[in-house]
Design a protein around this ligand. Structure first.
Ligand SMILES: [Zn+2]
Length: 256
């Protein structure tokens, strides 16, 4: 089947029965050699996922319409195949994390009683990057790995949110750094926490070593306090690609 839109042409291979991966690869190579872009729709799972094979699993049936089982990023796990064709023609169907795609950064924060002045202060717990079909949660600890990224985030967080200043501090060795929140009221450093324990507003985490006062920190009102749009550039792309939960696959991205 050949789909057209304007001067663009895309061959669509719909596979209803399992093919060997070798057979699929062989046919894809033939398309590439003859200069045709091919989109593969598989009825069954287990097909190879790669940049060189634009492929989606399909459900539904010919009478009621086929649906593409592809994460859309809008909360829907699938979309009608006709809409998928639209996304393909408009270059929204992309592999991996495309440069230039639109994303939203959510800044999450929680309230903490300062050990020094006893006033409740708001601290950043994590930032969440919402991009295409995926959400990536960076704790303050994760951000340390990429100081360029940290600066990009910090410069976007406005004053007036009641968040104390986040500072980069030297660790035990010359080349190690960590980030810590500060008290918005008195400026006290609020320690380096085990941020991975901060999952949601019910989370209670053990107090970090070196923090005086309460043995346990009770996190409440953990929520998104600010969000801002970004476009994925090399710095964001590199930070996300280094994550353990990063998986390269085909998905729908907003390219603006
Ligand atoms: Zn304080």
């Amino acid at each position: 089947m050949l789909a057209r839109k304007g001067k663009h042409r895309v061959a669509v291979e719909i596979q209803w029965s399992p093919q060997t991966n070798e057979e699929v690869s062989r046919r894809q190579e033939r398309y590439v050699e003859s200069g045709v872009r091919c989109l593969w729709l598989f009825r069954y799972g287990g097909f190879p996922v790669s940049r060189g094979l634009p492929a989606v699993r399909v459900g539904g049936n010919l009478d009621e319409g086929l649906v593409a089982l592809v994460p859309t990023g809008s909360g829907k796990p699938n979309l009608p195949v006709e809409e998928l064709f639209d996304k393909v023609f408009n270059r929204h169907f992309r592999f991996g994390l495309p440069l230039g795609c639109e994303a939203i950064v959510w800044v999450q924060a929680g309230l903490l009683r300062c050990f020094s002045c006893r006033v409740k202060t708001r601290v950043v717990t994590a930032i969440v990057v919402d991009v295409g079909p995926f959400k990536y949660r960076f704790t303050i600890g994760n951000l340390v790995a990429d100081l360029d990224l940290f600066e990009k985030v910090r410069e976007r967080i406005p004053d007036g949110l009641g968040i104390g200043s986040i500072k980069r501090r030297c660790g035990k060795t010359q080349t190690s750094y960590y980030l810590s929140n500060g008290c918005a009221n008195c400026g006290a450093r609020l320690g380096d926490y085990d941020h991975d324990a901060w999952e949601d507003e019910e989370t209670v985490c053990e107090s970090p070593t070196g923090l005086r006062g309460d043995r346990w920190l009770h996190w409440s009102n953990l929520k998104t306090v600010y969000s801002f749009p970004i476009r994925i550039d090399e710095i964001w792309q590199s930070a996300i690609r280094q994550r353990e939960d990063y998986v390269e696959k085909w998905g729908i991205y907003s390219m603006g």
